[in-house]
Design a protein around this ligand. Structure first.
Ligand code: CA
Length: 423
């Protein structure tokens, strides 16, 4: 293992970025509630992370702190260790109960088992072929909550189909050995309709503690798909919620809506590439927006997150998409980025190794080439930091390991599996 030697400087060295701001004036109402950050410490203040001017300056946030939260700087020194490399554009990590990892490779459709020391198995045999063009391929992987009994793993991929392609969710039993394989393959969900597009695949999987499975989807980018993002007759631009066998939970929000796809949980998303649960087991997502419109949301059952009707971005050509940032019956993002970070992968940190980072949101940034840290308070972003900018790497995935370290994948033809631990 190789140490990339990285030290975070003391926050106190940077005025305005330390989070140690004067106490609010007497009589200032204090938000009720939790203990993070401690009540005796004022919220961060000062300038945001320096990112350049907004692409869409005419759009203003709906509430203070919805974008450009004050820049913060971690006080905890950490190091980055390279566990393994040589993955072709890896996409996702999932931990087996014995701390080995499953790692997916997007364009090749290959799945590997990797030991904590970085030894890689041969590619697991028996996975179906993927359409690996563009943003498609083999995407997320998750280990079943009952893996000890069932041996099941779940994954998302872009499925080649007659007349196009589409996201599919598969599950199968992982069979170990010198040549690991899967057996008993079942396709438990197919995003419909079929359309020919290599973009906006979505593809994150999250198991809720009640055993339900969230699957995040994209709207395919092309206009024929984009216009379906708020249409409950289509899976495009949705988050769906299914049982582990693919059947529909009987408390899903659109079950009684005529013509609606019964798997739908929430609508009006563009391309949701990041999803994770918080300590209260609520779902959070980050979606890849247009230019100037990446969004953090907390999708709730039956709600409409507005794409493509409302949002904060514009086309990459500079042409407008939205007349307004707000609309009747549509939810505001918790936070947005303009310019964008190009999010992919997220985790809400709950580990013991980094007490300073507890309940912070970590997001891998592709074009942003950073690990984005968000400090939260009462479900709002109160501080933002860009970590690992000196790696110059597109960060595809971030997950918390069983011991509380953060594990990352870099998106590259020679993609790396990295680990963050306190120094
Ligand atoms: Ca939205």
């Amino acid at each position: 293992m190789r140490t990339l030697s990285m030290i975070i400087l003391l926050a106190a060295l940077l005025p305005g970025c330390s989070g140690k701001t004067p106490n609010p004036p007497e009589g200032t109402p204090q938000p009720p509630g939790d203990t993070q950050p401690p009540p005796e410490e004022a919220l961060p203040s000062g300038p945001p992370v320096p990112t350049g001017p907004p692409n869409v300056p005419e759009f203003q946030p709906a509430f203070p702190g919805q974008t450009r939260a004050p820049a913060i700087q971690s006080k905890t020194a950490f190091q980055v260790t390279e566990i393994a490399s040589g993955f072709k554009n890896p996409w996702a990590i999932a931990f087996l109960p014995d701390r080995r990892m499953l790692v997916t490779e997007k364009p090749t459709g290959s799945l590997y088992i990797v030991t904590p020391q970085g030894a890689k198995s041969p590619a697991v045999a028996g996975l179906p072929p993927v359409d690996g063009r563009g943003q498609g391929g083999l995407l997320d992987v998750e280990v079943a909550p009952d893996y000890a009994q069932s041996g099941l793993i779940y994954w998302t991929y872009y499925e080649p189909r007659q007349g196009g392609n589409g996201l599919a969710v598969a599950r199968a039993k992982l069979v170990e050995g010198p040549q690991p394989r899967v057996e008993g393959l079942q396709i438990i969900f197919r995003m419909m309709p079929t359309l020919e597009s290599t973009l906006h695949a979505g593809g994150r999987l999250v198991f809720a503690p009640d055993g339900k499975l969230f699957v995040t989807l994209g709207e395919r980018s092309i206009l024929a798909g984009r216009v379906q993002a708020r249409d409950v007759r289509s899976h495009f631009g949705k988050i769906v919620r299914i049982n582990p066998d693919g059947s529909v939970p009987q408390d899903n929000p659109f079950l009684k809506t005529e013509g609606a796809k019964p798997e739908i949980w929430s609508v009006g998303h563009r391309n949701v590439l990041s999803a994770a649960l918080d300590r209260q087991q609520r779902l959070w997502t980050v979606e890849m927006g247009p230019r100037g419109g990446d969004e953090l949301n907390r999708p709730e059952a039956g709600k409409d997150y507005g794409w493509p009707t409302i949002g904060y971005g514009e086309e990459y050509s500079g042409a407008p998409i939205h007349q307004s940032t707000q609309g009747e019956g549509m939810e505001q993002p918790v936070y947005y980025w303009d310019p964008v970070i190009s999010p992919s992968g997220m985790t809400l940190y709950t580990g013991e190794l980094f007490p300073e980072w507890r309940d912070n949101i970590f997001i891998g940034a592709l074009s942003g080439q950073a690990l984005v840290r968000l400090m939260m308070k009462n479900d709002r972003v109160v501080g933002e930091e860009r970590l690992l900018t000196n790696l110059g790497a597109r960060i595809r995935e971030v997950v918390q390991g069983p011991e509380g370290a953060l594990y990352l994948l870099t998106d590259d033809a020679n993609g790396k599996l990295l680990k963050l631990t306190p120094r």
